[in-house]
Design a protein around this ligand. Structure first.
Ligand code: ZN
Length: 315
């Protein structure tokens, strides 16, 4: 393949993976082509992203004027040089020491480290597990595996075991722990699966019960931990939560961004939101398809027995 064609082919197939860098055409070009490297005098959004990565990864000090104008000036160049020296990023044998240019190797390292940084930040959640294999000591090899159609709802990890991604972490455990619409993904923590009774809940389908017990069998204020994992929170369940949860019970809700947003008014009416953020499903390996990030909200309920029904009916 002649050189320009090879470069074009590489260019077309290159994709950066960190949230900060991905889909940035200039950075993706710099990752594959020596002609597209980023150096002193450059300016634009791609420079701003490099500056941000240097600040986050290396606590780099960059001049205010360069940050506000998104310009690759002297302090940005100096931060790049420091970053490369610390990691020994040198294009040997052509070079003998690091320079202050963001080329193929530097973009790759920045992207890799940003990806790890983003994941480690998201994993700091005290309430939601962002790992396929769970965040509590247990023998994961004993957890269920998907057996074809029988357990269609089970989400699996790359190795075929059930995924604990998005399950609650450090549950309170002072009362019953229930997973609404669950498919045993939080069983390893002691959560029991429940569903609303279709005879009580017009939004619940008989075909979706799947042998799970109904929430009306739970005694009032007996639940300390309740979780929904990509399960709708319908009108009936909004009331049922208030009936079954004890004061201070923790509600963990994990779903797509628009779904969570639509419930925020309800969450803030019934309790205090103690954590809100995005967790990202880990990738099994570099070749695995990218998965969409999920939005997760955790709420601590402060149930008020005299809550005005009119207030809740308006939400
Ligand atoms: Zn497990």
């Amino acid at each position: 393949m002649v050189e320009p064609l090879r470069e074009l082919a590489e260019h077309l197939s290159m994709a950066l993976e960190s949230e900060l860098f991905k889909n940035d055409r200039k950075l993706e070009a710099a990752a594959v082509s020596d002609h597209s490297h980023v150096l002193k005098g450059a300016s634009g959004d791609h420079v701003a992203k490099i500056q941000q990565a240097l600040q986050l990864l290396d606590s780099a000090v960059i001049a205010k004027a360069e940050l506000s104008s998104k310009r690759y000036g002297a302090s940005t160049a100096s931060a790049v040089l420091t970053f490369k020296r610390r990691r020994d990023i040198v294009a040997r044998p052509r070079q003998s020491q690091a320079d202050d240019v963001v080329g193929k190797m530097t973009v790759a390292v920045l992207d890799e480290e940003m990806k790890a940084f983003e994941l480690s930040k998201q994993r700091k959640s005290a309430y939601i597990c962002a790992d396929y294999y769970g965040c509590a000591e247990h023998d994961h090899s004993k957890c269920r595996r998907k057996d074809k159609e029988a357990q269609a709802e089970i989400e699996v990890s790359p190795d075929g075991t059930m995924s604990h991604f998005g399950t609650p972490r450090n549950p309170l455990g002072s009362g019953r722990m229930v997973c609404i619409g669950g498919a045993w993904e939080a069983e390893y923590l002691g959560f029991e699966n429940f569903v609303p009774d279709p005879l009580q809940d017009p939004d619940m389908l008989h075909s979706w019960v799947g042998g799970r017990p109904f929430t009306h069998t739970l005694r009032p204020q007996s639940v300390s931990d309740i979780c929904f994992r990509s399960t709708p929170l319908d009108r009936f369940m909004r009331w049922e939560i208030l009936r079954i949860c004890m004061q201070g019970a923790r509600l963990t809700y994990v779903s797509d961004d628009p779904v969570v947003r639509s419930l925020m008014r309800y969450f803030s009416a019934i309790g205090r939101v103690i954590e809100s953020g995005t967790i990202t499903e880990p990738r099994a390996n570099a070749d695995a398809p990218k998965v969409s990030s999920r939005y997760a909200v955790t709420t601590v309920l402060r149930i008020n027995p005299w809550l005005d029904p009119k207030l809740l009916s308006r939400i």
